[in-house]
Design a protein around this ligand. Structure first.
Ligand SMILES: [Zn+2]
Length: 198
């Protein structure tokens, strides 16, 4: 079913495991201009098209410190509620929360990751207004996953040794399509891969 998402936007190619952009510690956003607005629109559109609950700028090849999330998107009847977080920072974290994660940039791989349950974080929105919030549970996990992207960290880096061993071959297969540090897939994901990822 086609849900009502922004048609006035472009689908961006997503960087896949092996691409150097996924390992970059990206730079803070400085210019809140039309170019940024357009990119954010395209990034949000791409997140929905890929059935993700989050997407970071460097997953779409941009060296910018921002991501978009929509933690309500997993519900079938959900209307879009995208939240764009620019120059986010996590100030405090506590507790433990473990859930199976996936990633649009690591298709076909899912594994449980141990993260903090509660975080205090801040970000600037697209209008340049600063926010400081506290959140726990699933949304806190999604923000930690996306914030990791901005530091060049993938969820697969956070797995224990045994889980890492289990996915080793799949990672190697993803890596094998990298050419000169670039790994972009334009094909439609398979049903098995098309789950709710960040
Ligand atoms: Zn991800």
């Amino acid at each position: 079913m086609e849900r009502n998402i922004n048609n006035n936007a472009e689908l961006l190619p997503v960087r896949i495991y092996g691409d150097v952009m996924l390992r970059v510690k990206v730079q803070p956003v400085q210019h809140f201009d039309d170019k940024l607005r357009k990119f954010v629109r395209d990034l949000t559109f791409t997140m929905y098209k890929r059935d993700g609950v989050g997407l970071a700028a460097n997953q779409a090849g941009q060296n910018l410190r921002l991501f978009v999330i929509d933690t309500q998107w997993s519900r079938e009847d959900a209307e879009p509620h995208p939240v764009v977080m620019i120059n986010p920072e996590i100030h405090a974290a506590e507790g433990e929360y473990e859930i199976e994660e996936g990633c649009i940039s690591v298709p076909g791989i899912f594994a449980k990751v141990r993260r903090f349950n509660k975080i205090v974080y801040s970000y600037t929105d697209i209008n340049g207004i600063e926010h400081r919030e506290e959140v726990e549970g699933y949304k806190a996990v999604v923000i930690q996953h996306e914030n990791d992207h901005l530091n060049g960290v993938l969820f697969t880096d956070r797995l224990n040794k045994l889980s890492q061993l289990k996915i080793k071959r799949k990672l190697k297969a993803l890596l094998s399509t990298t050419v000169d540090g670039t790994n972009i897939r334009t094909d439609i994901f398979t049903d098995q891969e098309k789950e709710l990822d960040g």
